[in-house]
Ligand binder design. Sequence first.
Ligand code: LUZ
Ligand code: MOS
Length: 748
Amino acid sequence: MKNSDMLMHIKGKSVFIDDIRDIANIHHGVIFTSPVPKGIIKKLDVKKAEQADGVAAVFTYKDVPGENQIGHIIQDQPLLAEDSVNFVGDPIALVVAETRRQADNALKLIEIEIEELEPVSDPREAYGKGELLVPPRLMCFGETDEVWDKCETIVEGTAESGAQEHFYLETQGALSLPIEDGKVKVFASSQAPGGFQHTIAEVLGVPMHLVEIDIKRLGGAFGGKESCATWAALSAMAAKILDVPVKVVLNRKEDIQNSPKRHPYITDYKLGLDSEGKILAYEVMLYQNSGAYADISLPVLERSFLHAVSSYKIPNAKIRTAACRTNIVPNGAFRGFGVPQSVFAIESAIFKAAEVLGLHPSELQKKNLIHEADPFPYGMAAENCNAEKCWNSLDSKYNIENRIEYVKEYNEKNVLTKKGIAVQPVCFGVSFTQTALNQAGALVHIYTDGSLSVSTGAVEMGQGVNLKIAQIAAEELSVDLKRIKVETTNTTRVANASPTAASTGADLNGMAAKMACSELLKRLKKVAAEIFSVKREKIEIRDETVYAGGRETDITWEKLVNTAYWEKTDLSCHAFYATPLLKFDRDKEWGRPFAYHAYGTSLIEVTLDCIKGTYKIDSVDLVHDVGNSINEELDEGQIEGAVVQALGWSTIENMVFDEKGNMLTSTNSYKVPDIKFLPEKFNVHFLENAPNPYAVSNSKAVGEPPLIHGCGAYFAILNALTAVRKDKEMPSLPLTPEKAFMYIYEKE
Ligand code: LUZ
Ligand code: MOS
C-alpha cells in the first residue's frame, strides 16, 4: 500500500508553503539577524531600510503587540532581540516588502552597532561558568559507589558527538493571512499546530481562538519543526499589523544557520565489569550543548537521561545531566531526541572495555542485553522485552560470530584495506516524557454519500501518518480506503494537539481516530438493528455490507449511511485518547515514562582504505521491532530513512563551529548521505510475531527507534581503524574520513 502522497510528490503537484502563490497582495518577510555570537546592541537604525523600494514595514521588538517571547519551556527567548544578541542568527528585525528580492535589498540598509562580548561555545566551559538552563539532574540506581571495588575491569573516557542539520527538503516557513475581525490564519511548516497557535497568540496579544493554524503537509521535519515558532510568529505578526498576507520562508543558508540542530554532547563515562564481562556499574555525565536559548533542550536531555543505559541491564548506575547554555544556535529536537548521544556514550564505554579485554564489543553487548522483567534505572521493568529476540533473529539470519571471524581473517590478510564490523542493539522508549503530552483528538465526519473526512492532530511530513490513520479508520468501519480523506491538521477542528513527535503520531492520533470510528459504527449498527428488528450485537458491517444475525443483507454502506441520516443520526464524532498507565516522578526520577519500548539489532560492516582514510559502508543487516506493522512499506521506508540519517550523523555530517561559536558550515560544505554513500547491501527485517499490546492495532512506533541502528557505523569504522593501530584515543563523532586519516597517520 503506497504512501498516498507519493504520486503527487513525483509529479510536483503536492502543495508546500512556498507553492501557495496566487494570493492577492502577498508580501514577503526577511529577517535581519545577529552577525555576532554575543553582544549588546548599541544602535539599531532601520530608517533607510524602511524607505527602500517596495518595503511595507520594518519591525523590531518594539512593534510586537503582545509578548516578545517564544520560549515555551523556559521563557528565555525573545522573538526579536531587545538589547542583547546571543548567537549568530539571533533575529533582530523583520523586513516586509512586496517581493523577496526587495526585502533582501532593504535588509542591507539596516545599520547596527553591537558591542561584542566574549562568547562560550564549549558546554564544559559553560558548565564551569555556571551557565546552566536548570540545575543538573542526577539519577542513582543501585549502589554504584560501593561496587567499583568488586569490578575486575574499569574503563573511563570521554565521548564527544557533534551537531546535525535536519536538511529537510522544505525549509522553515509560514504564510499568514489576515482574516476579518483581527483573526489570522497561518499556514505553517510545523509539527506543532497547538504549540505554534499558543505562541503566536501570545506574541499577538490575542486569545488563541483568533489564531488558526492549518497544515497540509511538510516537506520533511525530523524534529526540526517541533519547537521554534520564530518564522510563523513573525509572519503572523506582520500579516496582522499590515493587514496583508505575509510569507516568511527561509532560504537554505538561513535555515542551516538559524534553525535548531541536533545537540552536540560531551559525555564522561566510567564502566565497571566483573570477571565474566557482566556490567556491574556505569557512571555517566552528559554535558548537552543547549545553545543560546532553552528551546526544547530540557525534554531532549531528559530523554538522554532516561536512555543512558540503552539496551543493557545495568544493576548500578549513576546518571547525571547538565543543560549548558552557550552562544551557538539554540539546539532542539532531532529524530532520536537525545538518545543517539546517550547510546554513543555507553557504546564507547563498551568498545573501550572490549579493547582492554581483547574481545569484539559484541561479546560484551550480548552478555549484558536487557531481558524480560529487568528494571531500567528509572524503575520501569522491561515488558515484552524483545532485545534478545531481535539479536537472536539477526544472528540466525546472518551468523554474527562468523561475520566477525570473517572480518578478523580479512584483516590478517590485508594491509591496504581493513574491514570493520559492529553490532548495534536498539532499545527506545515510546511516549512523550512529558506525560501529559500523550494525548490526541480526532474528528470524523461521515457524509450522506458514505464518504468520510478524518481530522486529527497528526501532521503529515512524509512519514505516511495520514495513510496509517486512513487505514485504521477503513479497517474499523470495514469500508474501502478510497472513501476516506484525511484532512489538513487544523486547530479549529482538533484543538490543543500535541506535536507530531516522539514517534507517537500514529499511536496517539490513530487510536483517537479508531475510537471515533468505533462510536460511529455503534450508531450505524443501531440504525441497522432497527431496520431488521434485531439486537445491535447481531449486526455486523463487513466490506461495506450489512450482515444481520450472520446473514448478508441488501443494505450497503451507502444505503445504511443514508438511512441513518434520515433517522436524524449524528454522523460526526470527536474522540479523545490519552495513553494509559504513564506516570513519572521527577523528584524521585522514578516511574513508567514510556508505554513500551521498541527494540532492534543491526550488523554494520565497513571497508577502510588505509592509505586515504576513506571508507565504504558495505552492508547494513538489521532486525527491527515494529510490532504488528500497520503498513509494511511505510515502516520499511521509515527504518531505512532513519538508519541512513544516523549513518550520516556518525560519519560525514560535520557541522563546524569556530571557538567563538560561529557556524562555518553552509550548504556547500555540509554533506548528507547520497545514493552512492548507501550500503550496497541493506537488508531490513521486521521482528516476527511480536504484537504490541500497548498501541493501536498492536503496532509499534517506527519514526525514531530505528535511527539508533545507524550509530553502529561509527563503531564499525573504529573497529577497522583499531586493526591499523591501537594506541590512539577514540575520535569524536562524526568519524569523518579526515578524522580516520588522522587516526591512521597522526604521531602520538
Ligand atoms: N518531543 C517531546 C519529543 O516534546 N518530548 C519527547 O519526549 C520527545 N521524544 C522524542 C521526540 N520528540
Ligand atoms: Mo521529534 S525529534 O520531532 O519526534
